[in-house]
Design a protein around this ligand. Structure first.
Ligand code: FEO
Length: 400
C-alpha cells in the first residue's frame, strides 16, 4: 500500500474498490472502481479529494507513507459527493489542515454533509489561483459536471489537470494509466461512465472542453479509474468527450424488450430482421438479463432505440418502466425510436412506450405495433416494417 509517484513530488494516494458493484445506487459496475486522491508535496503540501468512507484507513495508510499526516497543509475538495469526500471528516481530524478549499457551491455540500463549522473552509472562485511554493493551483468551476459544486484543479508547472469525475472510468486495477490497457476495454469503460453519469450534462462538457482548451495538459488525473499521460493519451480522452457530448447519430440500433410469455420477445426479433433488411446492424437486449446501466452503455454506439413490452396492468412491465425512466433522465439526443408489444385484452403498453420515446425528442418514423395474444404472420410483417422504417429513417439521419 504505497503512494505512487506520478510526477516529481506528486503522488496517487487513492484506493481501489474491487468489490463495488452498485455505483451510486443506480449503475452496475462489473469490476469495481477506484477512488483517486492526489498529493502534491511543495512548500505547502496539498491533498486533492479523498475516498469513500470505508476506504479511509487504506488511504490514510498510503498517505502516511508519503508524508506524516499532520504535514498536510491544504485539502482541496473538487467535489463533495461521498465517493470523494466520505473520508473527509477523518482526514480533517487526523491532518488538521490549515485550509480546506472548495467551490462556493462546495461549501453548501460540505455544510450539508458534515459538522464542519469549525473547519478552516475557504471558497475559491472560478479561475482563482493559489501559490503553494514552486507551484500554482488554478481552480476552474465545472458546475453541473456533474454536481453544482464540481470543479477541477490545474497545476501549470506540471501541466497536470486533476479533473475529478470528468474523464473517469469505473476500472479497478493496479494499473494506473490508460495507455496500459487495450483501447477497446478503455473505450467501453469511458462510454459506460459517460452514458450513465455524464450524459445529461453534455452541454456542460462542451463548455468545459472549451474553457479548458487553452490549457497545456500532459497529464489528466481523474478521480476514478486510469490517468491519461502524454499528448496522445490526453488528446484521446478530450476527443472522446467531445464526440460523446455531441451525440452524433450512429448507424446501429438497440432493441430492448421485456416479455411475459415470449410474444413480445418474438416481435423484437422480427423488428431486428426489418433493421437488417434496411442495412442497419442491431443488438437485442432483454431487460430480464441486462441491467438498465448496461443498456445505456450500449446506447453510446446506437442511433436508434426500439422498445417493446407486454401490456401489464394497463401499462408496461416494471423493468421497461424503470428502463425508460432511467433513459429519459439521462437525456439522450438525436435518436430515432420505435415501439411495439403484445397484449391480452387492453393493450396500452406500446402506445405508452411510443409516447415515452417521443418525449425524449426521438424521431418516430412509424406507428407503434401491437399484437393481441401471440404474433402471427401479419404481426411479424408489421414488426419487420417497423424495423425497416426505423432503419431507413436512421440511415437518412446519418446521411446514408
Ligand atoms: Fe460525483 Fe465520483 O462522484
Amino acid at each position: 500500500m504505497q503512494p505512487i509517484e506520478i510526477k516529481k513530488d506528486i503522488f496517487w494516494v487513492g484506493a481501489v474498490d474491487y468489490d463495488l458493484r452498485d455505483f451510486h445506487g443506480y449503475s452496475q459496475v462489473s469490476e469495481g472502481t477506484s477512488y483517486n486522491a492526489y498529493l502534491i508535496k511543495d512548500a505547502k503540501n496539498v491533498l486533492f479529494d479523498s475516498v469513500s468512507a470505508s476506504f479511509a484507513g487504506a488511504m490514510l495508510c498510503r498517505l502516511a507513507k508519503a508524508l506524516p499526516l499532520e504535514k498536510v497543509d491544504y485539502i482541496v475538495c473538487n467535489h463533495l459527493e461521498l465517493d470523494h469526500a466520505g473520508a473527509l471528516a477523518e482526514l480533517v481530524d487526523r491532518c488538521k489542515p490549515e485550509k480546506i478549499f472548495c467551490s462556493q457551491m462546495g461549501v453548501k455540500s460540505m455544510q450539508g454533509y458534515f459538522a464542519c463549522k469549525d473547519w478552516p473552509v475557504q471558497a475559491v472562485k472560478n479561475g482563482e489561483s493559489l501559490k503553494i511554493g514552486s507551484r500554482t493551483l488554478q481552480f476552474f468551476e465545472t458546475r453541473m459536471l456533474h454536481w453544482p459544486d464540481s470543479m477541477v484543479s490545474y497545476i501549470p508547472e506540471d501541466k497536470l489537470l486533476i479533473s475529478n469525475d470528468a474523464f473517469g472510468q469505473n476500472i479497478a486495477s493496479t494499473v494506473r494509466y490508460a495507455d496500459e490497457v487495450s483501447e477497446e476495454y478503455l473505450l467501453n469503460a469511458v462510454e459506460a461512465y459517460y452514458y450513465n453519469i455524464v450524459l445529461p450534462f453534455s452541454p456542460q462538457v462542451t463548455g468545459a472542453l472549451k474553457a479548458l482548451g487553452g490549457l497545456d495538459i500532459d497529464l489528466i488525473a481523474p478521480d476514478h479509474g486510469l490517468m491519461f499521460r502524454g499528448k496522445q493519451s490526453v488528446g484521446y480522452i478530450l476527443d472522446a468527450y467531445a464526440r460523446l457530448a455531441e451525440q452524433k447519430t450512429l448507424k446501429r440500433a438497440l432493441i430492448i424488450y421485456d416479455s411475459m410469455w415470449h410474444s413480445t420477445e418474438k416481435m423484437a426479433y422480427a423488428v431486428a430482421n426489418g433493421l437488417e433488411d434496411a442495412g442497419v446492424p442491431s443488438r437485442v437486449m432483454s431487460l430480464k438479463h441486462n441491467h438498465h446501466s448496461q443498456v445505456m452503455t450500449e446506447l453510446a454506439s446506437c442511433g436508434a432505440v426500439l422498445a417493446g413490452s407486454s401490456t401489464h396492468n394497463n401499462g408496461v412491465l416494471p423493468a421497461m418502466a424503470a428502463m425508460l425512466t432511467y433513459m429519459k433522465g439521462l437525456r439522450p439526443k438525436n435518436r430515432v425510436g420505435g415501439a411495439f408489444g403484445s397484449y391480452g385484452w387492453s393493450g396500452e403498453g406500446p402506445k405508452m412506450i411510443h409516447e415515452w420515446l417521443a418525449s425524449m425528442d426521438m424521431e418516430m418514423p412509424a406507428p407503434f405495433v401491437k399484437t393481441q395474444w401471440a404474433p402471427g404472420h401479419e404481426s411479424f410483417g408489421q414488426c419487420h416494417a417497423l424495423g425497416k422504417a426505423v432503419g431507413q429513417a436512421l440511415l437518412a439521419k446519418c446521411g446514408g
